[in-house]
Write a protein that binds this ligand. Structure first.
Ligand code: BG6
Ligand code: MG
Length: 241
């Protein structure tokens, strides 16, 4: 408790982030972090895999999380040892996206995962800068529909990057948009590829989910319900003994 308060006071004064605070910004992945859309991606990919006669399990899907649409398709085709031409791949991606969009089209603001909105609001009030760092090309529409967009200072998604996670591009662009050095930003991620991307970019990396799925994360949380900023700051800035 005492340590947590020390860190807190080091970072903030009168709701303003100090210019030398160790943490000044937060970058959030979207699918599986802010919303349960990771499950919808899985359902749509599984439907496609089934049509192609490829076995595709929850474990296979875990490795796809965070990857771009095209990378995900490539991995599924590799699982089935299938080689297809580019036109066919484009058709398949379009089909998967159509099914996925059918699943998310009626998403409501109430579907934002528990505690997320409150955590974002508290972070904003504390003066932290906030960005989205998602591989999804559907991210902008989803954030708007779920009334999360106004809580972000910047949003970088699959439309803005050429390299998919585990490349750090999406997070580096997020940090640049916020004008904060990566070493002072915390990335929240549910995907192994996203944790790798965060670490490769020199960010703090917090896993959202089960610790066994996110072994490289510096700290893992089950979700945002009841989570305080102090808990995150204390875990990441605790001196190593
Ligand atoms: C990531 C998801 O956020 O976005 C992946 O974790 C998904 O599962 C990727 O494939 C691309 O999403 P979209 O919406 O552009 O197909
Ligand atoms: Mg994700």
């Amino acid at each position: 408790m005492a340590w947590s308060h020390t860190i807190w006071n080091m970072c903030f004064q009168k709701s303003k982030v100090m210019s030398d605070a160790p943490i000044q910004a937060l970058i959030f992945d979207m699918d599986g972090v802010l919303l349960d859309t990771a499950h919808h991606h899985f359902v749509a990919w599984q439907r496609l895999a089934e049509e192609l006669g490829i076995d595709f399990s929850v474990q296979d899907n875990e490795k796809l999380k965070g990857l771009s649409r095209v990378e995900s398709l490539e991995r599924i085709l590799t699982l089935g040892a299938l080689t297809l031409n580019n036109d066919k791949k484009l058709q398949l991606m379009e089909r998967k996206n159509r099914w996925y969009v059918e699943l998310i089209v009626d998403m409501q603001p109430e579907e934002v995962l528990p505690g997320v909105r409150a955590f974002l609001q508290t972070a904003r009030e504390a003066g932290l800068r906030i960005a989205l760092g998602s591989s999804s090309r559907n991210a902008g529409a989803i954030l708007t529909r779920c009334e999360l967009a106004p809580l972000f200072d910047a949003a970088i998604d699959g439309n803005h990057v050429t390299h998919s996670k585990p490349d750090p591009e999406v997070f580096l662009k997020g940090a640049a948009a916020l004008n904060v050095d990566p070493s002072r930003c915390v990335v929240f991620e549910d995907a192994q590829a996203g944790i790798q991307a965060a670490l490769a970019g020199g960010f703090f990396a917090v896993g959202v989910g089960l610790p066994e799925n996110l072994p490289r994360a510096q700290f893992v949380i089950p979700g945002f319900e009841g989570l305080s900023l102090e808990t995150i700051f204390e875990a990441l800035t605790r001196p190593t003994t």
